[in-house]
Design a binder for this molecule. Structure first.
Ligand code: IMP
Length: 263
């Protein structure tokens, strides 16, 4: 049976993307509405990662299910990294994307270098307190005029030099290959996959240990021994050390990947 994760967003595009990428892990991604929740988490963090975690933790607490949150935005060097976490509200909440882009172009006019990058952070919170994070960037420059009609937000003014195109001039597939969001989604899927496989292995180990304990004959001597403290420590680290590296391990033969995981 697949495990249910709630994605803390009301954006159907984000839901579809996350569903697609996590379906390969046997994970079911549901919207807050599907579990009877309206998400309204204030983005009070100073970083994208903080905001993503705020959303994930709030929804996890409210639903009792593992929850995923994300946050992204545009950082422009000559604006000291702005609009950054205020990307969605730059110039006020009521103005259109077009007006926001015009304002951005005016702000960087005559300032020399126009280097910028998009950032996307994804966080996941589990009911047992475990958390996972992934964060990726995409470097580019702010164009002189808006170009292209695809995408959303700052896409028409974000030029990606290796392709000599703005994000708005790319197909969704082309953008996803190089974008902060596409890269963060893939990194997150990898991190989550590793976490789930380690967790499954630990559960198997615990089950095996329970079965062995139950199957052990109970003579007066073993009953007495059972009440004594075992010689080996039962910390997760000690159990992991004793774990045999057999081909039954889901990661057997695979190179261990570096990943961020916080407890
Ligand atoms: P959020 O991650 O949905 O909160 O996005 C915050 C804001 O960052 C959006 O409203 C956009 O203005 C901007 N943004 C984030 N990612 C992109 C992108 O891929 N293209 C254009 N704008 C983006």
């Amino acid at each position: 049976m697949s495990e249910k994760f709630v994605l803390a967003t009301h954006n159907p595009g984000k839901l579809r993307e996350m569903r697609e990428i996590l379906s390969e892990l046997g994970v079911e991604v549901v919207s807050p509405e599907e579990v009877g929740l309206t998400v309204d988490v204030e983005e009070t963090g100073e970083t994208f990662a903080e905001n993503a975690m705020l959303k994930a933790k709030a929804v996890c607490m409210q639903t009792g299910l593992p929850a995923i949150g994300d946050d992204s935005g545009l950082c422009v060097d000559v604006l000291n990294g702005g609009p950054g976490v205020y990307s969605a509200r730059y110039g006020g909440e009521s103005i259109s994307d077009e007006e926001r882009n015009k304002l951005l172009l005016e702000s960087v006019k005559g300032q020399g270098r126009r280097d910028a990058h998009f950032t996307c952070a994804i966080a996941c919170a589990f009911p047992n307190g475990d958390t996972l994070t992934a964060e990726e960037h995409c470097n580019g420059v702010i164009s002189y005029i808006p170009m292209g009609t695809g995408g959303f937000g700052y896409d028409p003014v974000f030029s990606y030099p290796p392709k000599l195109k703005t994000f708005a001039q790319m197909t969704p597939e082309e953008k996803s290959e190089v974008s902060h969001r596409g890269k963060a989604l893939r990194a997150f899927a990898e991190t989550l996959g590793a976490y789930l496989s380690e967790r499954a292995w630990n559960e198997l180990e615990a089950e095996k240990q329970r079965a062995e304990e139950e199957a052990a004959p109970t003579t007066p001597e073993t009953a007495e021994a059972a009440t004594e403290k075992p010689e080996t420590a039962e910390t997760p680290q000690a159990v992991a050390k004793q774990r045999p590296k057999t081909p039954h391990h889901p990661n057997y033969g695979q190179k261990k990947k570096k990943r961020k995981r916080h407890h």
